[in-house]
Design a protein around this ligand. Structure first.
Ligand code: SAM
Length: 298
């Protein structure tokens, strides 16, 4: 009888071993996050209540999540949330899960916006920002919160992703400050009279080469394909963004892009060949990988 009591400690130990066997990375962390989610506790609280027995309902729910996780469903889809720069965001399988590298993109964009503000005497609060491929809305929401009077236009081709992004904006009381638009990159912006007026265009577009998709980790393959695939050479969306940005940016406005591994040179070439854009600044992530490209409109 005693043996059938599943305490928090026992459930975590068993699940960590199981995940290890199933080749899930960070097995203990995964077990803790899932159990904490079911019990609505923090991971620390689990440790403080190690000998608390789980009810049958809790065990059943936990078991369901363990099975899904062992089939490589990402943790954020199972818990339904993800942290981005200190913001809690709702997630589901319709949206790309925000990555830490994208936090660097947002930090660099904020530095840029604040520097043009300083150079040209414009208040950084009044900026017009366009986020192309907004996904869960993470970039748009963080920028809107940091730049209190900015107006943000967030575009995505996926209506399902926009549904999640809108919900996230509502959660952060930003539904009036962010306009969500469905469509292919700049197309939904055409009728809004924004040509030549945008201060910052920001994007983390899909950039995986079509033939590379099949070799992505199984967790990544659970994310929407439209969020990953960037055409035969991975640069299809960059070509469109780079060629159309000069028409929307105001003079001295900025384009900030996240880029894939080893794409910097080819994207710089596209920028150099584009009339209306200055040469690009490339910024590396903490692992020394070139990740961000910043370009100024001439
Ligand atoms: C890599 S995800 C980035 C999501 C989010 N901005 C982030 O950084 O975490 C790329 C996003 O671009 C969207 N997308 C793909 N092609 C697009 C297109 N042609 N026009 C607009 N959005 C597109 C996808 O639906 C996806 O949400």
């Amino acid at each position: 009888m005693i043996k059938d009591v599943w305490t928090i400690k026992r459930a975590l130990e068993w699940t960590s071993q199981y995940f290890k066997k199933e080749k899930i990375e960070n097995p203990r962390l995964n077990a803790e996050v899932l159990l904490a989610h079911i019990l609505r506790k923090t991971r620390l609280e689990l440790y403080l209540e190690f000998s608390r027995p789980l009810s049958l309902r809790e065990l059943t729910l936990f078991k369901k999540l363990i099975i899904k996780r062992s089939h490589h469903v990402p943790l954020s889809y199972l818990t339904g949330e993800q942290d981005f720069m200190g913001l809690r965001l709702k997630m589901d399988e319709n949206v790309y899960i925000p990555r830490p590298e994208t936090e660097i993109l947002v930090e660099e964009a904020l530095k840029l916006v604040r520097s043009i503000d300083f150079e040209e005497g414009k208040t950084s609060q009044d900026f017009i920002i366009v986020d192309l491929g907004t996904g869960s809305g993470n970039i748009a929401i963080k920028l809107a919160l940091e730049l209190e009077k900015s107006k943000v236009y967030a575009v995505d081709i996926s209506p399902e992703a926009l549904g999640v992004a809108r919900e996230n904006a509502r959660m952060h009381n930003l539904n009036k400050r962010i306009t969500f638009l469905e469509g292919d990159l700049f197309i939904p912006l055409v009728d809004l009279g924004l040509e030549g007026k945008v201060d910052l265009i920001i994007s983390n577009p899909p950039y995986v080469r079509s033939e590379e998709i099949k070799s992505l980790p199984p967790e990544v393959l659970r994310e929407p394909r439209i969020a990953l695939e960037g055409g035969g050479d991975g640069l299809a969306i960059y070509r469109k963004i780079i060629s159309q940005s000069p028409g929307f940016l105001r003079k001295a406005g900025f384009l900030a892009l996240e880029i894939g591994h080893r794409q910097a040179r080819r994207i710089q070439d596209l920028i150099l060949a584009q009339k209306g854009l200055c040469s690009a600044q490339v910024i590396s992530d903490y692992g020394g990988v070139e990740r961000i490209i910043l370009v100024k409109r001439m």
